[in-house]
Design a protein around this ligand. Sequence first.
Ligand code: NAP
Length: 295
Amino acid sequence: MTARIISGTEIAKQIREELQREIDDLKEKYDLTPGLATVIVGDDPASQTYVSTKIKACQALGLYSANYPLPGTVSENELLNLVGQLNSDPKIHGILVQVPLPRHIDEGRVLTAISPDKDVDGFHPVSVGRMVIGQPTFLPCTPHGIQELLIHAGVPTEGAEVVIVGRSNIVGKPVANILLQKAAGANSTVTVCHSATRDIASHTRRADILIAAIGKPKFITADMVKPGATVIDVGTNEIGKTPAGKRILSGDVDFDNVREIAGAITPVPGGVGPMTIVMLMTNTVKAAKLAHGLK
Ligand code: NAP
């Protein structure tokens, strides 16, 4: 069997088209342009790429976007002051501070300084708490994007055995919490594996839905996958550069061999990545509507 490819690029395009209609409507009916501020500290090339992709996506949808590139030497207080200004700027509805931050800055302190009403990345402890207890909130973009991928691809989650490899605060833990909720597009039985898990394959082989968020190229091999399973590959590992200097990416899944076993699989690139971006745009529009008392 060769797996069906779940294209995040295609699904993100559909969601973007719906969002475009909503944005046009907000402008026309309420003279409201949702605005996103992006803050980037230092010159890490991967972070620069992520932020410029997010800015381009904003601009393509006609959102207001303000970018704050700061030198790697910026102090924690200067950064906190900027976040404070953005919190009270009425043109800005969402604030994204790209992580990781340099070591001399307390990341938790900065992320907690963002108003929960503008926390479009969903990393503020208030947003995380609401997510865990199933209250309405801004869901973190990659985990929410994974849930939307599953829904749009028609993969049933209700009662499904979901195994996640990776327990980071930005992917593994939140996607576990989202799929655990007693709600449509969730209601799964969730197992989370990590570096101290004994015999990972004994868990992954039970999975109806296997989510790999490890950061190790081709970690998930065909013998770790149940025939017919849906495999979601979050990994974005740079394994080289083209002669033109473009990054060559590999997922956490051995795609060529796993696709012969799985029922459905996401590619890298073109799987989870585009969903992350579109969920950020979705959260920014949602923040703008909430700020103006609109549903
Ligand atoms: P991370 O913070 O480094 O976490 C990796 C997780 O994998 C940890 O929980 C770690 O376990 C676990 N792990 C590492 N080696 C393992 C092993 N040998 N066996 C079992 N578990 C192991 O990474 P992340 O931020 O979650 O990102 C994971 C991957 O997704 C990366 O490639 C990243 O670039 C990619 N990513 C993509 C997107 C996107 O939009 N496409 C977004 C975010 C991340 P411990 O906790 O025990 O250390």
